[in-house]
Each structure stands twice: as C-alpha cells, then as structure tokens.
Design a binder for this molecule. Structure first.
Ligand code: GYE
Length: 306
C-alpha cells in the first residue's frame, strides 16, 4: 500500500501525486548524478515523475513548465538554467495554483511568493572556498600569480556566484591576478576549447580556476596537448567533486576540488510531500558540502557514490 497524504481534507496516495521536473540538460557529470538522484527518489517514494530535459535552453524550460501547468501536476520543480526571465511563467503557475520548488539553481525574481523554496548549494561560499585555498597557497608570493578562469554557463547562478565568491577572497592578496575569464558552458568540450585559446594568448599561466570538474577535465587535455603538466606547471582548482574530477585529483592533475552535492532527490521528495500535505517548508534549504585536496581525493575516491 502506498502511503496516503492529505491536502486540505483530500487524501492522495503517493502514486496519485505527480511531480513535473524541468532539468537544465545533461551538460556535466554533476548533472547526470543529479538527474539520477531525482529519478531514483521519485521511484522510491512512488510519485509519478514527468521529467523534461531542456538541453541548456531557457525557452525549453519555459515550454516544459507551461506543459506541466496544462497537465495540472501537483508540484513543479525545476533547476533554472539562468537566473533572470522567470517571472511571467512563474506567475502562470501561481495563478493555476501549482506550487513551484527551485532545485539546484536560484532565480533573481524580486517576488519570492512565486516559489515555495530553493533547495541547493551556496555557490558564493563555494567560490570563497576555492579562493581561500589559492590565497593560502600563495600567501608568501613575491610575484604576480596569473590565473585564468573557466566560467560556467553565462547568466547561471553557479557561474555568477562562483565568480563572485572567488573574486571576493583573492582580492585580499594583491599578487593574485585573473588575467582571463571566459565561459566554457560547464562542458568538457568547451573547457578544452577555451583553455586552448587561453594557452595560445598567454604564455605564463600559473593557475586555472574552473567552475566545474568537466571544464577542468577538458582543460587538462588542452594543457597536456601543449606539453605542460596539469597540477604542476598549472595548478588547477575546480568545483563539484564528481568521480572523474576526483580521479584526476587523486592523480595530482587537479590540486583542489570544492564539493557541490548533486544528490538532491531525497530532499526534493520530502519537500513535495510537505507541500502536498499543506505543511510549511523553509524558504531556503542549503546542502552541506566539503572540499578535497589531491591526498584527500585519493582517500575518498573508493567510497564516492557518484
Ligand atoms: O556545478 C555543474 C553543472 O548547477 C551546481 O551545473 C550546478 C552546476 C554544476 O553543470 O557541473
């Protein structure tokens, strides 16, 4: 028997609860782990999941949300590819009486009544952790340290915030200089391509800060192809701590990884349950995360779940 839940006097069995989820895409290892977590958790709870992949395009997400509204799902959840431009469609959901949950990425809407809660990481804090490690590494530097930055998807919360947190911390050390910063769209292919261009344009790159592991992994290919040693000739910091990233870290090719947890499924299903039950939900739910040096990555790798 599926557990019954109540909504304003009506009881609904788990199997009668439908969640519409609009995913960003399949751009990275993080995203694949996130999708799997959501699909597995929906199955476990017995909810019906309508899952839609937007292929990194906002217009596809807006279409998916409109279709969820038409299908009268019980709850809509989505991970907004970029921060701005959501007010109209979120108002449509609100007018239809369908609660919306933001997962993973934030929106910049002033009207916070347009969604119930935002479940995800603190990306500014992730950027600060990356900057702090670097700042500590070079606290005695007497010359300029040239940093190149591979940004995530332009206009996305993690790209904006990881850039901001990092900049905030490294500015306390005047020798840390970001000499180039460009988007690699969170993908391996673009990370490689942009790093190739960085290497052509700048002869003296000391550090790469990549907003995710996949871009760092692409950049590592470009660095090796240029006859340089990743992790030695160029120090590398990235964010996520997915398996391939942790593998590269354990081999010393990535020096420091800031963890970003993609396993949001179980918490999302709990939120859906509470929303359907008419219970109150916290407006912001932050996931817990740590960091890994190469040595710590080597130790943690065998027991990483994703
Ligand atoms: O870091 C990156 C993915 O929004 C936190 O998106 C997520 C980011 C993650 O493509 O790998």
């Amino acid at each position: 028997e599926a557990p019954a839940v109540a909504n304003a006097g009506n009881t609904k069995e788990a199997k009668d609860i439908t969640l519409g989820f609009s995913q960003v895409g399949a751009e990275s290892g993080w995203r694949s782990a996130n999708t799997k977590s959501i699909q597995d958790s929906a199955k476990e709870t017995g909810y019906t999941l309508k899952f839609s992949d937007a292929q990194q395009k906002q217009e596809n997400q807006i279409k998916a949300i409109r279709s969820f509204i038409q299908q009268k799902v019980d709850v809509i959840a989505f991970s907004p590819v970029v921060e701005s431009g959501w007010d109209t469609v979120l108002k449509e959901a609100k007018d239809a009486g369908i609660p919306v949950v933001l997962t993973d990425r934030a929106v910049d809407s002033k009207d916070t009544s347009l969604y119930i809660t935002f479940l995800g990481s603190d990306f500014v804090e992730e950027g600060r952790k990356a900057g702090q490690w670097l700042s500590d590494q070079y606290k005695d530097a007497s010359e300029d340290i040239n940093i190149v930055e591979l940004q995530g998807t332009t206009g996305s919360a993690p790209a904006n915030d990881r850039m901001e947190g990092f900049a905030e911390v490294i500015k306390t050390n005047p020798h840390l200089k970001v000499i180039a910063s460009q988007t690699g769209d969170f993908t391996r292919a673009k990370g490689k391509e942009v790093m190739q261009a960085f290497l052509k344009a700048h002869k003296d790159i000391d550090v790469l800060y990549a907003h995710n592991d996949d871009m760092a992994l692409g950049a590592i290919q470009a660095i090796e192809a240029a006859g340089l040693k990743p992790g030695e000739d160029i120090k590398i910091i990235s964010v996520d701590a997915v398996k391939d990233g942790m593998q590269a870290a354990s081999e010393g090719k990535i020096n420091f990884i800031v963890e970003c947890n993609p396993m949001l499924g179980p918490q999302l299903m709990e939120i859906v349950q509470n929303v359907v039950d008419g219970k109150s939900v916290e407006a912001r739910i932050v996931t817990e995360e740590s960091t890994f040096t190469s040595e710590q990555a080597k130790e943690a790798l065998p027991s990483r779940p994703y």
